[in-house]
Structure formats: C-alpha cells, structure tokens
Ligand binder design. Structure first.
Ligand code: KG4
Ligand code: ZN
Length: 341
C-alpha cells in the first residue's frame, strides 16, 4: 500500500498554510500571508488575521490540491494546528478541517504548531535522527527540546524567561525604523554591517545565573541595550549605523542560541541537532550553528528557509508521523488551545 496522503492546515497566526504530503514526500505547500495588512500596526492584529484566514483558506487549499494533482477525496488523513496561537485564527483552520473530516469520513488530528516546526525537516532530509536536541526559535517561542519521538515524546529542557528570539528581532527592527516582520529585514540589513561593531550583552550567561538557567534564554535585556545604544546615538546628534546595529544584534542572538544548543546537546548525549521556527531561517544562526556543531562533532538538520516560517506542510508532516506512530485521531470534539505548551 502506498504511504498515506496527509493534508495539513495551519492558521495559528498571520499565515494561512495548506500542505499535502505523502509519507515523507512534500507534494504541495501553499501559503497566503496577511502580513501586508498588519505592517502599519507593527504587529499582527488578531481580528484582521482571522478574517484573512476565512477568505484565504479555500483558495489556498485549491492551489495546493492543483499543485499536488490530488482531489480532496484522495486525502487519507487531515492534520490541523490546534495551538498554540491566536484563538480567533486557530478556530478558522480547525472549523475547516473538521468540516472536511466529517465530509470525507477521514481521521482528523489536532496537532501542536511547535511540533510542526521540529518535524518539518523530515520533508527535506528524511526521517528525523532521534533522540535529538531541537532548538525551536519562532516569533512566540524560544525553547530547547529533547526529542525522543517527534510524534509522541518531546520534553522541554529550557526556554526563554522573557521575549522570544523572533519577538526580539521584531522589536529591534521597530526601534531601528525597519518594517515588520523584523527578522528577514534585519537579516538583510546585517549583511552590509560589521557584527563586531558593537558588543551587545548575551542574556543569561553571567555566572550566578548559569546553574538555574543553564538551558534558558533571555532577550529583553539585549533589546533594551540596543534601544539605549540607539537612543544615546540620537541624543548625541549622530546617525544610527543601522547595518552595524543589525549585524551586532544578530551576532549576539546567534551566539547565545548556538552556545546553549551545543551545551544542551552535549549534556543530553545526543548526536544530532534540529532547528526550526521562523528565526531558524536566519542566515547567521544557520552558519554559526553549522560551524560550532561541526567543531563539536554534531550533525545539524536545518529545513530550507521557506519551511522554517509558518506553513501547512509542517502540520502535514506531524500528521504523517502520528499516523505512522498509530496515535488515536482527535475526533471532532477538540477545541483550539491558544496556550498549548
Ligand atoms: O515560526 P514563525 O513563522 O511564526 C511563529 O510561530 O511565531 O516565526 C516568525 C518569526 C518572526 O518574529 C520573524 O521576524 C522571524 O520569525 N524571522 C526571522 C527570519 N525570518 C523570520 N528572524 C530572523 N531572521 C530571519 N531570516
Ligand atoms: Zn510558527
């Protein structure tokens, strides 16, 4: 029998994503973003995002089905993001997925968005090495995870105690007068700058913090340090060297993320490191992790940048893994869980 055809639906934030996979093969991954509607607010407006999902979901599904050359009736299982995310945004995807499941009589799985960020690499590079250490870096989350089985057993071993890494990117972009979302804009600006121009602090690396917060992160002090530096410069009546600030900030983030990831991988005795989430698309994080992991003898698995940011294929990938693991379907009774851990 051929591998199951799994439909994945993602609507937790401002991207409407529909993915189709057959086993570990990616057939289609269509994303409609409402980001342009949020830019002038400097962040995602939940009500605007929900309405955009409502109008984008069916056309996005149709594009994905056409690209994969399949019909809705061919789908063997449906996976949808149950959380975490914006409540009003999540319910749009869940309602559509429940309707499709009921209509087709095919199993429905409500899955964790964050697991999607970890699982998605299997579509690029095949079965995940397990156990592995995963660095999950998105707009809402920054965590180190011990992945024993992506479908059934993931343990969080550390997380940010304040801002997420992506949030820090977005806030620093804003104070530099750059557009939202800040990550890709800072990444591009940093390419023209000197990463050693300004020595910004690395959060939670002071000796007294180390024991308790060895695998935790903090980015709010870094953001404040950048804000103070920029403010002082303006008070002095001098230009703000945006590219140098961007590159120096990016270096501080990549440095602390990679150092803690390698430390955690060593501590847990794994051979492989996975990265996922929007910030995993960051060019400096990708190269620095690759360099340091190679020096320490770890294999690194990095999904292509387009699979790092929110999409439906990552949810379909989790669907394929839970089907494979024989996990019971969620049925139609589950609800959106905006704070899903
Ligand atoms: O995973 P994601 O698409 O959505 C959430 O689940 O949050 O992550 C979005 C975050 C945003 O904060 C965005 O600024 C950041 O990922 N991001 C990046 C890059 N591309 C997206 N951060 C740094 N460098 C990038 N190239
Ligand atoms: Zn995400």
């Amino acid at each position: 029998m051929s591998e199951p055809l799994v439909l994945g639906i993602e609507s937790s934030c401002d991207e409407t994503g529909v993915g189709l996979v057959r086993g570990h093969t990616l057939l289609a991954n269509e994303v409609a973003s409402s980001v342009d509607l949020h830019v002038r607010f400097g962040g995602v407006v939940p009500e605007v995002a929900s309405r955009a999902h409502l109008s984008a979901l069916i056309p996005t599904f149709e594009r994905a089905a056409a690209k994969a050359d399949v019909d809705l009736a061919d789908v063997d299982a449906i996976a949808v993001t149950a959380g975490p995310g914006l409540m009003g945004a999540l319910v749009v995807g869940i309602a559509a997925a429940k309707a499709m499941s009921a209509y087709l009589g095919k199993p429905l799985y409500g899955v964790n968005h964050l697991v999607g960020h970890v699982a998605v690499d299997l579509l690029d590079h095949g079965p995940l090495p397990q156990p592995a250490l995963a660095l999950l870096v998105s707009g809402g989350h920054t965590s180190l995870l011990h992945v024993e089985d992506v479908a059934t057993k993931i343990t969080e071993i550390g997380s940010t105690i304040d801002d997420a890494a992506g949030e820090a990117y977005d806030k620093v972009a804003r104070l530099l007068g750059l557009a939202y979302p800040g990550g890709p804009v800072i990444d591009r600006a940093a390419a023209e700058g000197d990463p050693s121009a300004i020595r910004f602090p690395r959060g939670l690396t002071a000796r007294h913090d180390l024991e308790k917060h060895r695998f935790d992160f903090s980015f709010s002090g870094l953001k404040t340090a950048v804000a103070r530096w920029v403010e002082q410069r303006r008070l002095d009546g001098r230009d703000v060297p945006v590219a140098d600030v961007a590159a120096s900030f990016q270096e501080a983030v990549a440095d602390v993320l990679t150092a803690k990831t390698i430390d955690a991988a060593q501590h847990h005795g794994v051979d492989s490191i996975l990265i996922g989430g929007g910030v995993a698309a960051n060019s400096r994080l990708r190269t620095l992790l690759e360099e340091r992991a190679a020096a320490a003898g770890f294999e690194v698995r990095r999904p292509r940048p387009a699979l790092c940011t929110d999409n439906g294929a990552m949810i379909a990938a989790v669907g394929a893994e839970v089907v494979r693991a024989g996990v019971a379907p969620s049925g139609l009774g589950f609800s959106a869980h905006s704070g899903l851990p």
